[in-house]
Structures are given as C-alpha cells and as structure tokens.
Design a binder for this molecule. Structure first.
Ligand code: GNR
Ligand code: NI
Length: 188
C-alpha cells in the first residue's frame, strides 16, 4: 500500500482519455488499494486512476456518510480510555464504468476536486443514473444511483474522459476559479 501523488491542474495528463482495463490481475488490485489509501489521506470521497497518473478506467468511491445515530464507542486500544465516533465506510470500486439512462431531471451540487484544490462550484448533472461496471474480478454489475452517489460517479467518469468539473462552468467562472487557485498557490 502506498499513497500516490495526486495530479493537479494544469497538468496535461488530467486531459487524457483513459483506456479500458483488460487484465484483472494483482497490478489492478494494487492500483485500487493505493487509490483508496490516497483518497482517504487527501481526504476525498472519490478518485479516478488518472488523478494518480494512471490512464485506466478505474474509480474508487467512499461517500463516508457520517452516522448521525452513531453512539460514541468506548475504546482502550492504546491502554487509555477514549471514544470513537464511527463513520460508515463503504469503499466501492468501479472498473470500466458506463452510464446508462441518465435522468432528464438535473440536480445541483457544490463540487470540489482533489485535482483542483480549494475551488468549489455548483454543477448541474442528471439527478439519477444507472451504472454498468466491472468489479476487481471482472464480473459485470448494474446499479441505480441517486443523490451524492450519482453526482460523484458522474464527476469521476468525467475524469476518465479527461474532463474536470470546472469544464462544466462558464468560461468566466472557470477563469475566475483558476485565477483564485493561482493566487492561493502564490500565497502558499
Ligand atoms: O472529494 C471530492 N468531493 C466531491 C464533492 C462533490 C462532488 C464531487 C466530489 S469528488 C471529490 C474527489 C475528486 O476529485 N474526485 O475526482
Ligand atoms: Ni475530481
């Protein structure tokens, strides 16, 4: 397991159209394991392989919903009494995903991207969709998605086509976002 470096704009590799996965082997499993570690460390709720420089059609997602009913759990793993507030981790892997039946109805979410740090903007996308994908063994599945999951998988699938969420903004708003990012980098 290793944390890999996340590419950021304006790295031209982010514009690559990623290639389908054909080998469901140990190298793929290692890539996915590294992608989870990188995503959790960032932290983010999704990651496409191209964001770590690998032009393959692979996504990982974990919406990590905060469990509002969660009771603090007493713990003593380090010899000291303390509590943990559990979050529901739901790691998901999508290989060679395709979108089927995007809804005509749109939903707007304020999106961010690990490859466009510190920038957030509202993006409209189909509110629901069906996704066909393969798992790490190459088995094909289909699943209906809505809410944040629908938004997130469409954001990640855009990465596979070399598209960033800022590409959905007007030219004015995109330029403003990129200027803001440049200023923040200069200040850092
Ligand atoms: O961490 C992320 N948050 C997010 C919020 C709203 C819509 C999409 C996302 S995905 C993003 C991580 C990322 O850049 N994935 O490509
Ligand atoms: Ni992104």
């Amino acid at each position: 397991m290793a944390i890999r470096q996340i590419l950021e704009v304006p790295d031209p590799r982010l514009k690559t159209v990623s290639e389908p996965v054909t080998a469901f082997d140990d190298e793929l499993k290692e890539l996915v394991s590294d992608m989870f570690e990188t995503m959790y460390a960032a932290p983010g709720i999704g990651l496409a392989a191209i964001q770590v420089g690998v032009p393959k059609r692979v996504l990982v997602i974990d919406l990590q919903p905060e469990d509002e009913e969660a009771e603090p759990e007493p713990c003593n793993h380090d010899g000291h009494d303390h509590v943990h507030y559990p979050t529901k981790n739901e790691p998901r892997v999508f290989v060679n995903p395709e979108i089927l039946d995007p809804a005509e109805e749109l939903a707007s979410y304020q999106e961010g991207c690990l490859s466009v740090p510190e920038i957030f903007a509202d993006v409209d996308r189909p509110a629901t969709c069906r996704v066909r994908y393969q798992d790490l063994e190459g088995e094909t599945h289909e699943e209906d998605m809505d809410g944040l999951m629908a938004t997130c998988i469409q954001h990640e699938m855009d990465h596979l086509e070399g598209i960033l969420f800022i590409d959905h903004l007007s030219r004015l708003k995109r330029n403003m976002a990129l200027k803001k990012l440049k200023k923040m980098r200069e200040a850092a």
